[in-house]
Design a protein around this ligand. Sequence first.
Ligand code: NAD
Ligand code: UDP
Ligand code: UDP
Length: 340
Amino acid sequence: MKIRDLEQGKKKYPDVKFLTYKDRKRILVTGGAGFVGSHLVDRLMMEGHEVTVVDNFFTGRKRNVEHWIGHENFELLHHDIVNPLYIEVDEIYHLACPASPPNYMYNPIKTIKTSTLGTINMLGLAKRVRARVLLASTSEVYGDPEQHPQTEDYWGHVNPIGPRACYDEGKRVAETMCYAYNKQENVEVRVARIFNTFGPRMHMNDGRVVSNFILQALQNESITVYGDGTQTRSFQYVSDLVDGLMRLMASNYSLPINLGNPEEHTIMDFAQIIKNLVGGESRIVTKKPMQDDPQRRRPDITRANKYLNWEPKVPMMVGINKTIEYFRNELRRSRHSERN
Ligand code: NAD
Ligand code: UDP
Ligand code: UDP
């Protein structure tokens, strides 16, 4: 163990708890070096659990978890979940999967393999070691929804052969596999249908709307709205999501649960909001629409509220300001490393 890193971690997170051995769980986080995964890892580590991160670093980065490297409760495995994994754990948060459209469309076959073979491997592991597994599913299982807002019993409207299918259908079959392992093998499963989430540690080149708009505004570039901007999204801050994921894992509720912030905006409004918050001289321009882009999206969170006593706490503007600050620093950092 590197004492320096442990001390750094403690300084950054002074409220790290030290659980007694019997309360401490061995927790696997697949995709733990990614955006959401790394925030989840922080919370689990702060609670004093033993955390193993498995990541192939496709979209994740070591930098997101580097403050834990050297901590005696932390392990980072460079591994692709498409291949089997034999370790001993009590709980699995299964997040590994590229999440932004440009990333998951970059290599659709790999995206499908990650959601199918990767999820089978995690369920096989859960079955062998009797671990509970939580799947990070998505609002994309609803496709371009005909029901608004979306409740969990809506079956969805997905184009099975469109450009988003590798992700949407991959997650849909991942859910199917969870419930098949639950019914046939008694594997305990939890399924979170996550709606658009943002915050620090999103990748600069991630390509999702929040990072694109903020970076464009910070650099006085045109803010690119795909289509006419009347499509809507509802954005949640990452700390709210992590809270929801942990509540879901701890709960007795095994059917899918929406986790998202119901505050809905058109993408054109959202561009204006970011422009106003950042300031600067960016123009808002429209580009050609994305094929099969869902037109309206807002979670119905009645279920999460009822069974997890959960609702988002961070107002969108507060979260956006924190994220703007993060990207400001990232830009400084990349300019600095270009100079040196
Ligand atoms: P991300 O791209 O930052 O993180 C995904 C992580 O998984 C990365 O660290 C990546 O390297 C890793 N990974 C990908 N394929 C892998 C493989 N085959 N083997 C091992 N590791 C692999 O994305 P994110 O936003 O943090 O998303 C995390 C999860 O949450 C994903 O499953 C995503 O589908 C789900 N989700 C996210 C959102 C959102 O808005 N952020 C919305 C809905 C669902
Ligand atoms: N698996 C794994 N780790 C384990 C147990 C299983 O990665 O600890 C993988 C294994 O490679 C298998 C998959 O999970 O392909 C599904 O496991 P299951 O036991 O359901 O299938 P089987 O091995 O019977 O085909
Ligand atoms: N979008 C946009 N400009 C961008 C990136 C995205 O107008 O630079 C739009 C995109 O077409 C979609 C919405 O913003 O309607 C959310 O896109 P994102 O990729 O963030 O997430 P998802 O489509 O998966 O919800």
